[in-house]
Design a protein around this ligand. Structure first.
Ligand code: ZN
Length: 161
């Protein structure tokens, strides 16, 4: 496994999205919605944590659905969502098999679906490494924006407020 090459794939996907210098989680969501022509729905699901799953993404015909485990940490929630955003930006739905697509249409999380997702979401596979690397780039961009925000909104309000 060539880590350098995998990180390169993540950097290329980041570049393709034209992520602006200042970006929030909501901006990223809008970028991806425009890019993919679908709305993104994000829901917290308590049951996920019990199955040791932090997040899932389902590419449905009209919607990208992200389910994330209940967490008391906004930063953890953001990390989970960024990881699923990364899979979306990388068009990883091509990796899902037919059976899994059928399973996504079920209204509740069946045990078989959960086990399939666990198999897909193993951290050491190449797609997971690329997704994690892209999620890190997203997180860096958000952190930069937050740091910059501490200075500039104050100045902005000083001028216009
Ligand atoms: Zn993943």
């Amino acid at each position: 496994m060539d880590m350098e090459q995998l990180r390169g794939q993540a950097a290329a996907a980041f570049h393709d999205l034209d992520v602006p210098e200042r970006v929030t989680l909501e901006d990223l969501r809008e970028l991806l919605e425009d890019d993919r022509g679908k709305s993104i729905v994000i829901r917290e699901v308590k049951e996920l944590a019990r199955n040791q799953i932090s997040g899932l993404w389902f590419s449905l015909p009209e919607t990208d659905l992200i389910l994330h485990a209940e967490t008391s940490s906004p930063l953890h929630r953001e990390q989970i969502i960024l990881h699923e955003f990364a899979h979306m930006a990388l068009n990883h739905e091509r990796l899902m098999d037919e059976e899994e697509h059928l399973a996504t249409l079920l209204p509740d999380l069946s045990p078989s679906l959960v086990s399939k997702c666990l198999a897909r979401c193993q951290r050491h596979t190449e797609p997971e490494i690329v997704a994690e690397s892209l999620a890190d780039l997203f997180a860096d961009a958000l952190a930069r924006t937050r740091r910059a925000g501490r200075v500039e909104p104050g100045n902005f309000r000083g001028v216009f407020g």
